[in-house]
Each structure stands twice: as C-alpha cells, then as structure tokens.
Ligand binder design. Sequence first.
Ligand SMILES: *[C@@H]1O[C@H](CO)[C@@H](O)[C@H](O)[C@H]1NC(C)=O
Ligand SMILES: *[C@@H]1O[C@H](CO)[C@@H](O)[C@H](O)[C@H]1NC(C)=O
Ligand SMILES: *[C@@H]1O[C@H](CO)[C@@H](O)[C@H](O)[C@H]1NC(C)=O
Ligand SMILES: *[C@@H]1O[C@H](CO)[C@@H](O)[C@H](O)[C@H]1NC(C)=O
Ligand SMILES: *[C@@H]1O[C@H](CO)[C@@H](O)[C@H](O)[C@H]1NC(C)=O
Ligand SMILES: *[C@@H]1O[C@H](CO)[C@@H](O)[C@H](O)[C@H]1NC(C)=O
Ligand SMILES: *[C@@H]1O[C@H](CO)[C@@H](O)[C@H](O)[C@H]1NC(C)=O
Ligand SMILES: *[C@@H]1O[C@H](CO)[C@@H](O)[C@H](O)[C@H]1NC(C)=O
Ligand SMILES: *[C@@H]1O[C@H](CO)[C@@H](O)[C@H](O)[C@H]1NC(C)=O
Ligand SMILES: CC(=O)N[C@H]1CO[C@H](CO)[C@@H](O)[C@@H]1O
Length: 502
Amino acid sequence: MPLNGDLHDGGGNAGAVIMRKMAIWTVVVLWVLLTSASMGFSLGVNWGRSSSHPLAPATVVAMLQANNVSKVKLFDVDPLVMEALSGSKIDVMVGIPNEMLRLLNASKKAAVDWVHNNVTRYVDNTGGGGVVNIEYIAIGDEPFLHSYGELYKPFVLGAATNIQLALIRAKLGDKIKVVVPCNYDVIQSDSYLPSKASFRPDVNKTMSQLLPFLNKHASPFVINLNPFLTLLQSKNFSIEQALFLPISHSLKDGHKAYNNTFDASIDSLATVLSKMGFGNMDIMVGQVGWPTDGSVNASSSNAQSFMSGLVDHLESKVGTPLRPRRPPIETYLFSLLDEDLRSVSTGNYERHWGIFTFDGQAKYRVDLGQGSGNLVNSQNVDYLPSKWCVVDNNKDMTNASTEALNACSSADCTSLFRGGSCFNITWPGNVSYAFNSFYQQQDQRADSCDFGGLGLITTVDPSVGECRFAIGLRTSFSCTIHYDCLRCWVFILIMYSFVFTV
Ligand SMILES: *[C@@H]1O[C@H](CO)[C@@H](O)[C@H](O)[C@H]1NC(C)=O
Ligand SMILES: *[C@@H]1O[C@H](CO)[C@@H](O)[C@H](O)[C@H]1NC(C)=O
Ligand SMILES: *[C@@H]1O[C@H](CO)[C@@H](O)[C@H](O)[C@H]1NC(C)=O
Ligand SMILES: *[C@@H]1O[C@H](CO)[C@@H](O)[C@H](O)[C@H]1NC(C)=O
Ligand SMILES: *[C@@H]1O[C@H](CO)[C@@H](O)[C@H](O)[C@H]1NC(C)=O
Ligand SMILES: *[C@@H]1O[C@H](CO)[C@@H](O)[C@H](O)[C@H]1NC(C)=O
Ligand SMILES: *[C@@H]1O[C@H](CO)[C@@H](O)[C@H](O)[C@H]1NC(C)=O
Ligand SMILES: *[C@@H]1O[C@H](CO)[C@@H](O)[C@H](O)[C@H]1NC(C)=O
Ligand SMILES: *[C@@H]1O[C@H](CO)[C@@H](O)[C@H](O)[C@H]1NC(C)=O
Ligand SMILES: CC(=O)N[C@H]1CO[C@H](CO)[C@@H](O)[C@@H]1O
C-alpha cells in the first residue's frame, strides 16, 4: 500500500517524488537482501539408530557440529541422544514410533504423558541441564506407507490432535509443530506427470482430514522422497535426471519442463495439495538421499553427484516450475550414517544410505552448503582391536559356504551381492567377508570366529580394493562381555591380590 500510495502522490515536485521512490526502493532491496541472507538455506540430516553398534551419541553430535549441520531429524526420543544434543543449538525433530499411535489416539492422558516425558523436560531449562531445541514432533514414521495398509492410518489424525492439545497445555503450542512424515507413495501418477498426480485412493479421505489440521497449525506437509527407488521402478526418469546431471531431454508436462526427478516429485505434491484446496501449504522434505552400496547404481560417485546437485539446487533457491523461488522450507538428507539393522525387504542398498560409514567416515566429498566442502570425519571413534576373522584355507573347505550362509543370516552381508562393493571378491574371499562380518557383530568374541574350525583370527587387514573388511565399534554393552575387558578385569584383580599379599 505505501508503494502504491506514493505513485499517486502528485505533489508537483517530480524530483522529490523520484528521491522518495529511490529511497523506498533502496529499503526494499536492502530488506530483500537481508531477509534472504538471514533465511540461509535449511539443510538437515536424518540420524537413524538401527545399528547393532551405534556410534556414541556425543561422538555423533560432535561430528554434526564439526560439519556445521544445524538440523537433525530423529526417529524416537532416546534420553542419551537428547542429553548429547542438549546445549548444542542444533534444531531437532523428534519422532513418535508408529507402534504408539494407537494409544496416543485413544488417550489424551497418554499424549500429555508423552509430551511431558519426551519433550517438556528437554525444552525446559528449569531442571538445570542444557536445553534441546525441539522444533517438530513427527507423528509416526511414514504411517501411511502402502504396505502397512490400515495398521496405523486410522490413528494418525487422532494422535496428532492429542499431541497438539498436549503441547498447548504445556505452553509449547506456538513453539513446536506437529508433522506427519509421509512416504512419497501416498502420491500416485500413472503417467508420472506432476500435473496428473493425486493422492492414493486409500489415503485420500484421511488426507482430506489431515490437511485442514496441518493448515490450522501452520505445519508443513512432510514428504520423504526416494529418487533411487523411482529410478529402479520407472522408465520415465533417467539416471541423469535423478542425479541433477546435464540432460538431453527434460520431462515435458504441458508448458512445464522438468530437468530433475526432485522437482517433478515436489510439483506432484504441490499439484495434489492444490487439488485438495491447500495449494499454499509449505512443503518440507523429510528424507532424500542416494545409497552407496548393495545395488547397481548405488555408488559413492553417484551419491556424490546427487548430493552436490541437490545442495546446489537448494542453495540457488530457484524452486520448482510450479513453485518458483519457493523451494522446500527444509530438507533432511537421508542419511547421516549407514545402519546395519535396517530392513532389506526393498533391497540390500537400504543399509547403505549414509553420507558417512557406520563408523563416521565420509564416503565422498560434498559441500553441505555451509563451508569448505570437505566433510569432517568422526573423531575419537572407539574401535574394537585391529583383528579380523577369515577362513583358514588350509582346512577342508567343504562346509565353508554353508558356514558363510549361517554367518550372513545374522551378520550384515549386503555388500556381497550383485552390485555390492564386495560382489567381486571371489570365493573363498566372500566366505572370509561373511565370517568377519559376524565376528565384528559379536564384538570379536573368540568363539564367534569358530565356524566348525574354519575360522582364523588375523591382524592383517584382509580388505581388497573397494571391499572393506570393517572393524567393529566398541559399545558400552560390548565392553561388559568383551574378552579383552574380561582380561583387563582379571589383570586388575591379580594386581590387587599382588598388592595385598606383598
Ligand atoms: C481414536 O480415539 C477415539 C477417542 O478415544 C476413539 O473414539 C476412536 O475409536 C479411536 N480410533 C480408532 C480407529 O480406534
Ligand atoms: C515417551 O514417553 C512415553 C510415555 O511417558 C514413554 O512410554 C516412552 O518410552 C517415551 N519415549 C518414547 C521414545 O516414546
Ligand atoms: C511413463 O512410463 C509409462 C510406462 O512406462 C508410460 O505409459 C508413460 O507414458 C510415461 N510417461 C511419460 C510422461 O513419459
Ligand atoms: C479426494 O478428496 C478430495 C477432497 O475431499 C475430493 O475432492 C476428491 O474427489 C477425492 N478424490 C478421490 C479420488 O477420491
Ligand atoms: C533444463 O535443461 C535445459 C537443457 O539443458 C536448459 O536449457 C534449461 O534451462 C533447464 N531448465 C531449468 C529449469 O533448469
Ligand atoms: C563450518 O563453518 C565454519 C565457519 O563458518 C567454517 O570455517 C568451516 O569451514 C565450516 N566447516 C565445514 C565442514 O563446512
Ligand atoms: C560338514 O558339516 C557336516 C554337518 O554339520 C559334518 O557332519 C561334517 O563333518 C562337516 N565336514 C567337515 C569337513 O568339517
Ligand atoms: C568387478 O570386476 C570387473 C572385472 O574385474 C570390473 O570390470 C568391475 O568394475 C568390478 N566391479 C566392481 C563393482 O568392482
Ligand atoms: C561366494 O562366491 C561363490 C562363487 O564365487 C558363490 O557360489 C557363493 O554363494 C558366495 N557366497 C556368499 C556367502 O556370498
Ligand atoms: C548412469 C549409470 O550408472 N547407469 C547404470 C545403472 O546400472 C545399469 C546396470 O549396471 C547400467 O547399465 C547403467 O549404465
């Protein structure tokens, strides 16, 4: 209004009017510059903990800080993780496991307790400890996933409503937002054209109730993207489009042209939100990334292309054809670390999403947009001793493959199969890989390298080329049963008796 008013200000003194216009424009330009600078660009990471031997929370937080990562998305509320995050100034999304949604829908009191036990005590600094910057609470993790059917769907809105009420009661209603991370499979588009997208019929009704709730509380729609799976499943997108590489053909959708899968996915969601009457709702990307192992095209070099392409795209703030200059409000990379307990029902690559290996070592170079471009590895990682378990090929090897299969039924052998980084190591190298994987998972217990007499403990690193034979991490649990720890205690006891007898 002030700008328009100025145009009609016919005072007669043209010079003064021009001066005033210039002054106003200067202010506008400065304002735009300042706000865009302070808006930064919001990049976070998913910190999942489906690992047999997770890095210590304090080690991970130090690593996040060393890499200037300012936002993290969790899948639960682990007290040790929260303790490590307290005072860190890292913004946090905490998660409610799907299994709790039924209870949280049914009971307002359960929701109040949940918020009290898992949120209030961390954001409230009256307890003395440092504060955790909780920004979002995720109601379940992809509760509308197609394969879940009706398992969690009926409880999502009720649980979200009860948690929201509990937040308001705790006077946190305007500080913390309730969101529902949805897998991209809530959207369908037979032709893969964004303009033809709609919600999957079986979630349409639930969404028509959830969207007004999100809108009322100014919460974003959180979508988890999987461009890698899209590439595996559909012929419509090329790997170049998926990886933000130069392309020969863009995807034409009416007058819009799409150069990358990411924008096409965002605009499919934007289309659906418009069709449902919420075309202005903010979009947040809860997960997006590229795996590095366990499948063809899952490699560190492809992941590097993807991550740098994505970061450049977000940093440019160009937005998408349907939402120019309005990129997702926040984007959480998937994932921080490899996790050896993730389900492989959709593929072996599921355990290799990390930007960092399970022990916090960078897999490739990427500038997360805040600094040098070199990722900083985890420091002070607490490894087990430098020992590996391999097959002793001086023995009768008749049973070696069977023993390897047994080891793989519990240990992580996802790198051994087609497309994996260890697919190429020939027999019996792959048997050794399986033995070692099991041995490390069992905290290097001596009896876990037996394999019917075929196992042999070595101090020479058996890694070949790309195929890394890992050394496991010491966890507090593994220390209590660890052979070396036992030896250590025995030593201390002997020293004690020695001191007392002398
Ligand atoms: C959710 O909770 C409400 C209130 O207790 C209850 O009436 C409703 O049946 C619950 N929904 C389901 C699907 O159980
Ligand atoms: C959160 O609070 C509930 C209820 O007090 C509790 O049962 C649960 O273990 C806590 N943690 C998580 C991750 O939900
Ligand atoms: C996408 O692929 C399907 C079948 O693979 C085809 O029917 C459809 O026309 C394609 N869409 C576009 C936009 O190319
Ligand atoms: C989905 O829900 C919206 C809003 O309630 C409605 O307009 C639309 O027709 C529904 N679509 C389908 C396929 O049921
Ligand atoms: C898409 O790629 C084409 C050809 O490389 C280029 O001319 C066009 O500007 C690109 N479009 C966008 C939105 O980046
Ligand atoms: C983190 O930020 C600091 C200060 O801006 C910068 O000097 C440093 O290089 C950044 N580190 C990384 C890994 O980006
Ligand atoms: C191989 O396994 C079978 C069945 O467990 C056992 O009877 C046999 O002695 C084993 N062979 C060797 C060479 O260890
Ligand atoms: C596997 O070995 C073949 C031939 O030695 C080589 O061309 C190929 O690049 C290797 N693949 C991997 C994943 O190392
Ligand atoms: C090891 O490789 C051989 C072929 O070289 C194959 O028959 C066997 O199944 C592999 N074992 C494992 C555990 O991958
Ligand atoms: C770009 C790229 O790496 N594409 C490859 C994906 O994997 C298949 C199967 O190995 C290759 O044929 C493609 O070239």
